[in-house]
Design a protein around this ligand. Structure first.
Ligand code: GLP
Length: 239
């Protein structure tokens, strides 16, 4: 695991964009896993700039998103499809038929089959929940879990209420790539920013590997880069 502590959010975003752009250049027909949440927004802005400058193209890529709320229509402004369309996909030349999300109805494991059919995910971008979740794999998720429907924890509902008018509007269920699915990706880029992630960062990176802290599963992956800003890194002892 390579852990980099950078000055601030802007530095994380531009460094992350360098890593993703290099991976796209190396494998222009690759399978790229995208994440939602406020953390990767700066990364996506930087990638759009790279695209507009003609440095990268998304035209050969297949995309696999990490998760999606169950119960929101695709055009709901808080659905993750809507988020990705507005934060990235709508601004670059990714082919719409190559954009994939875990299914909100039907058999969730079809998503794992699709990932396999496409040859596996080359690079997966991840954010981190303040409770240590990755995707919507909440504390207690099995490390060998696959794509499935999950219930959201009360802390996640509280965290994500800021995007909705009322906390009662936050969906209680989601579909998420499983931890095993995430660990099978060839390269992982984990981003965390801000003091409210500091505790989760320590527990994921320096604590024991435990299903109580889903992000701690990443310690067993052979190719993980973690980008933190100073606030998110404050609790680490091995800086
Ligand atoms: C959300 C998403 C995660 C995301 C995390 C952190 O609930 N399901 O994929 O990484 O929580 O979000 P944020 O970046 O807004 O802090």
């Amino acid at each position: 695991m390579v852990i980099k502590c950078l000055e601030n959010y802007e530095a994380i975003s531009s460094h992350a964009a360098d890593i993703v752009a290099a991976a796209i250049l190396e494998k222009p027909t690759g399978v790229f896993g995208f994440a939602t949440g406020s953390t990767p927004v700066g990364l996506y802005k930087s990638l759009i700039t790279c695209y507009q400058r003609g440095e990268i193209t998304f035209s050969g890529l297949t995309t696999m998103n990490l998760d999606e709320y169950v119960g929101l229509s695709a055009d709901h402004d808080q659905s993750y499809r809507f988020f990705m369309q507005h934060q990235l996909f709508g601004h670059v030349d990714v082919r719409p038929e190559c954009i994939n999300f875990p299914p909100v109805s039907g058999e969730p494991s079809a998503f794992d089959d699709l990932i396999q059919d496409k040859g596996g995910i080359d690079l997966q971008i991840l954010g981190l929940g303040s409770n240590g979740h990755i995707g919507f794999n909440e504390p207690g998720s099995a490390f060998d879990s696959r794509t499935r429907i999950v219930g959201l924890s009360s802390s996640t509902i509280r965290d994500n209420a800021r995007f909705f008018e009322h906390s009662r509007d936050v969906p209680r269920k989601a579909v998420t790539m499983g931890i095993r699915t995430i660990l099978e990706t060839r390269q992982i880029l984990l981003l965390a920013s801000g003091a409210n992630k500091a505790d989760a960062v320590v527990r994921c990176l320096e604590g024991p590997q435990t299903e109580d802290v889903p992000g701690s599963s990443l310690q067993s992956h052979h190719n993980v880069t973690v980008l933190l800003d100073e606030a998110a890194a404050t609790g680490l002892t091995q800086k």
